[in-house]
Design a protein around this ligand. Structure first.
Ligand SMILES: [Zn+2]
Ligand SMILES: [Zn+2]
Length: 502
């Protein structure tokens, strides 16, 4: 398949994730077209992943050819002691792991040379002792990567894969993954487009959907049919009679409509509410109907609940389909701190008090680790975020007016869910065009127009930049949310009206 990027399903074992912009700098430095070897040092945070420990690339120190990267005594080239020492000082000061990278020729496979391996045993255990953090080496070819990492407990581990969450979700191994045999014939028609490796990738993906309202519920239906292997479903709400018109395969019984109709006594309404199906259960039911092998994790809680936050740090992809500032803030923090890619979707249907309908629009925004985040794009309103953490009565006083339910229409939700699911699908199976951009899109269905918004990152953003106090790629070395934040949003989760259900 000419022009198609390498497709490897997620590998079990230790991985190194590199944010796309950092990867572009690393590629330009390693492969300028001279077919020579070049060197660099990656400073990385650490996290536990669902398949093994994760190294999270935070910053890159490029070695200047002939100055920092010079002819070696045993190997072809080596980093100078001075360059290495400066990098170790930074790793120590910032509490990061140390990974020295260089490149070899070749394309689809790569391995360390004998002199490389000898130098690892000589150098890395000493660096591990100095840092009390992992240290190791990485060698890159055009479409392959191998790594050798030493840990403070004396163990040593090969890198199973390098992950780059870019336009096509890159997973580089020392050699291409062996072809998967005996794929599910039920996916034959999809595999004809995705390839067996693409379908296998989807079946190994661990995907979170935050918010199972009008858009999230359609997303789950689509992801289940695509054959995504593990879904993490997060929503605190139960199904309400006013949800039935936009939740796929929801039944009147799920909303206990017979107990909750207008003329029913109050106790019957309350009982009906109690017995109604949680949105997580409906979504799980729909997924299992689509696929037998799927694993579903249901989290009936707010996204700021520690269980949800923990689960989000362990997924390969996040769909954000909940329209609160809290949901945006929490997912943004996880995406930047744990380098998990994602996409945000929303539908806005402005209707004025006099019934005038404004500019109906549907937004689809890729969320990219290390690139302009939701704070940089001004998608999170700090005063609204603070207000969402307050008890209900405080919110009502602050807004003076009672919040009315926003209009919601399933057909508009399908635009958001369809485009976001396609973006995910093309990314996983590496079928995005080479020149596709990662900008946000807004559809205006009433005029059938479509806009593109490119965002600039703030140079010192405390989430997506590598500025000294930022969270980027720090992984488990600090909490995702400052504890006061997390406590506030948790304690008020029941009183915050959900706007997830658009
Ligand atoms: Zn080498
Ligand atoms: Zn930012």
């Amino acid at each position: 398949m000419p022009g198609r990027a390498v497709v490897n399903p997620p590998a079990v074992g230790m991985s190194l994730t590199i944010p796309p912009l950092l990867w572009e700098r690393l590629q330009a430095h390693m492969f300028p077209g001279d077919d020579d070897e070049h060197g660099a040092i990656i400073l990385a945070g650490l996290a536990d992943g669902s398949r093994g420990p994760r190294l999270l690339a935070r910053d890159l120190i490029l070695a200047a050819d002939g100055v920092d990267y010079v002819p070696g005594e045993t190997g072809y080239r080596a980093l100078t002691d001075d360059f290495v020492n400066r990098a170790i000082d930074r790793a120590e000061a910032e509490g990061l792991a140390y990974v020295a990278a260089h490149c070899h020729g070749g394309i689809a496979s790569v391995s360390f040379s004998a002199p490389d391996m000898a130098s690892h045993e000589h150098a890395y255990p000493a660096i591990v002792q100095m840092l009390d953090r992992p240290a190791g080496g990485l060698v890159l070819a055009r479409e392959a990567a191998a790594g050798d990492v030493f840990f403070p407990d004396g163990t040593r581990s090969k890198l199973a894969e390098v992950v780059v969450p870019t336009r096509n979700l890159l997973r580089l191994r020392p050699e291409p993954a062996a072809p998967t045999g005996g794929s599910d014939p039920g996916y034959d028609r999809q595999s004809r487009l995705f390839g067996a490796a693409g379908q296998a990738t989807l079946s190994e993906m661990r995907v979170a959907v935050v918010g199972l309202g009008g858009i999230g519920s359609i997303l789950v239906e689509l992801l289940g049919r695509l054959g995504v292997g593990h879904l993490v479903l997060i929503d605190p709400d139960k199904i309400d009679p006013t949800n039935l018109h936009r939740l796929p395969a929801a039944r009147r019984l799920d909303a206990m409509t017979w107990l909750r109709h207008d003329g029913a006594p109050e106790f019957a309404k309350r009982l009906g509410e109690l017995l109604s199906t949680p949105k997580t259960r409906l979504a799980a039911r729909n997924v299992r109907r689509a696929s037998r092998g799927v694993t579903v994790t249901r989290l009936r809680c707010d996204v700021a609940d520690p269980r949800a936050v923990k689960a989000l740090t362990q997924v390969d992809w996040i769909f954000l389909a909940a329209d609160t500032n809290t949901a945006r803030h929490v997912t943004n923090a996880v995406i930047q701190q744990y380098l998990v890619p994602g996409i945000q979707v929303g539908v806005s249907i402005p209707v004025a008090d006099d019934g005038q309908v404004g500019e109906v629009h549907v937004a689809i925004r890729p969320l990219i680790p290390g690139a302009a985040c939701q704070w940089c794009q001004e998608l999170i309103n700090p005063s609204e975020l603070a207000l969402e953490a307050q008890p209900h009565y405080v919110r009502q006083q602050a807004r003076y007016v009672r919040e009315l339910p926003a209009p919601a229409v399933m057909t508009l939700n399908t635009i958001a869910a369809g485009e976001a699911a396609n973006y995910f699908m093309f990314s996983c199976v590496a079928l995005h065009a080479d020149d596709v951009d990662l900008d946000a899109r807004t559809h205006f269905p009433r005029t059938r127009e479509r806009d593109r918004q490119s965002a600039a990152a703030r140079p010192r953003c405390r989430w997506c930049s590598a500025a000294p106090d930022s969270a980027l790629a720090l992984g488990s070395s600090r909490p995702v949310l400052p504890s006061a934040d997390a406590r506030d949003t948790r304690s008020t989760q029941r009183t915050v009206p959900s706007r997830n259900s658009r």
